[in-house]
Write a protein that binds this ligand. Sequence first.
Ligand code: GRG
Length: 304
Amino acid sequence: MGGAAALGEFVLGRRKPLSLNLPMDYPAERLRMVAAVEAAMDRLLPRPAEEAGGKRLRPVLVVAAAQLFGARRADPLPAAVAVECVHTYSLVHDDLPCMDNDDLRRGRPTAHRAFDEATALLAGDALLTHAFAILAQSYAHDAGLVAGLVADLADAAGSRRLIGGQMEDLLAERGRRATAADLAYIHLNKTAAMIEVALTLGARCGGAAEAEIGVLRGAGRDLGLAFQISDDVLDATADTQTLGKTAGKDAKAGKLTYVSFHGVDRARQIARQHGEAAAAALRSLPGDPGLLVWLAAGIAGRTH
Ligand code: GRG
């Protein structure tokens, strides 16, 4: 069996980890998943091009959620790639001059800087469209699964979640008076929606029941909030090199964030509370949630 195939088998849980009686090496497991996701990206994206890779958090969540249920129904890697495509499209469009107007992303010039605005716009459009093509093609053998995956991803990326959250964020930036409820709405939709859907797509590939998918959706909501609050803290406390994107932008733009609302210490505490709530939900499910709980702790206390 070739390296990538072996890795796929491992990620799918068909091969037992070597250290069956020892605690799983979560950092190594995460790296194995990232490698499997990137091999799947090479396979499923039209032309393996040079790409500034991010942390691949969402695709790792897809694979880890599928593993929680024994990856019984289908290979989660195509779903993982689809989620990363939608996430990357949202970053490319968010960086455009008409939105956040940023020059740096993933430690490299943003797409419209490296190429031009029209190219960045079309690249984002292509990534979004291709995500759904991947789902339709990769799971064609299981119509029920395709329907669930497409509905979940369309909902997360649609006007009521990702796009709605982004619109509200733009309105807040344009000086509309924003409240704590607006801030929660923005975070829940702009950020948590894509984290939630990573877990639910993984759970669907794993063969989870609807009730279990509901539990994961709740965990994803908390994880998404923890992720965004930590992101707000990092923007205020870390440097541009560590982040790979411009640091200190929120304060400069007078942006509404958990840090501007609550201060750094309280924001960190709230992120931890959401991380713990996510971990508690994950522990309530059958299966070993160890890897997901470890990822949740990392997300709530992010350093980059
Ligand atoms: C354009 C519809 C549309 C939405 C844009 C993603 C987004 C919404 C805005 C980007 C800015 C931002 C602060 C988003 C919140 C989510 C977030 C922190 C994304 C960055 O995710 P990481 O850190 O990125 O996982 P990498 O590069 O590691 O994949």
